[in-house]
Design a protein around this ligand. Structure first.
Ligand code: ZN
Length: 198
């Protein structure tokens, strides 16, 4: 059994949240690929320091230029603890002074979903790390279906994808600079790029 509709929350606008360290310093840590500017596929937990007092978007944010996702505890709190344990790697976020931000975690999911779009689509495999960047214009949807093993996945847009049943738990969470969208599962892609899982 797989869901037929998903909820996708992703940072889509607002001010940028930047990393404290420069590209070369982060590349030297080993988990980030400078060729495609993304965490390497095998990367699990990431600890990172941002160049401001707190992330700009809420409840999900992205560190500009590094494709590192950040999630607020407020959002993690609406997810079932079992789902967090089985699906996510959470790491530490520090502010510009090096103090841990108690209300925020970096987030990596065991399962990565490419949220597919409909036009102006492009994708390739990174020669250096094997990651697959993907870009397309909306409308967005899921293809192929997500395995039911994964209650929470991460999108290439540094967002989180989970069952649409969670939609009614979002009430009261402050939203800033994010898009919340319900995604259908399509039987075929509309972007002309065929099937790929990564
Ligand atoms: Zn790469």
């Amino acid at each position: 059994m797989t869901n037929d509709r998903y909820l996708h929350i992703w940072p889509s606008g607002g001010d940028l949240t930047e990393a404290y360290l420069a590209d070369e310093e982060i590349e030297a840590e080993g988990w980030w690929c400078a060729a495609c500017r993304s965490p390497r596929p095998e990367t699990k937990k990431i600890n990172i320091r941002i160049n401001s007092k707190k992330p700009e978007n809420n409840p999900v944010c992205r560190i500009s230029g590094f494709f590192v996702g950040i999630v607020s505890l407020e959002l993690l709190d609406i997810l079932d603890p079992e789902d967090i344990k089985n699906c996510l790697y959470l790491g530490r976020v520090e502010d510009c002074n090096g103090f841990p931000l108690a209300d925020w975690m970096t987030v990596r999911a065991r399962n990565r979903v490419i949220v597919r779009g409909s036009s102006h689509a492009s994708t390739r495999l990174c020669d250096a790390c094997g990651y697959r960047p993907y870009f397309a214009m909306p409308p967005n949807y899921i293809f192929p279906p997500i395995s039911s093993k994964f209650a929470v996945s991460q999108s290439q847009l540094s967002g989180l994808v989970f069952s649409a049943d969670y939609a009614n738990r979002l009430d009261g969470i402050r939203m800033k600079g994010v898009t919340v969208e319900e995604l259908p599962v399509f039987k075929a892609p509309l972007d002309g790029l065929g099937e790929f899982s990564n």
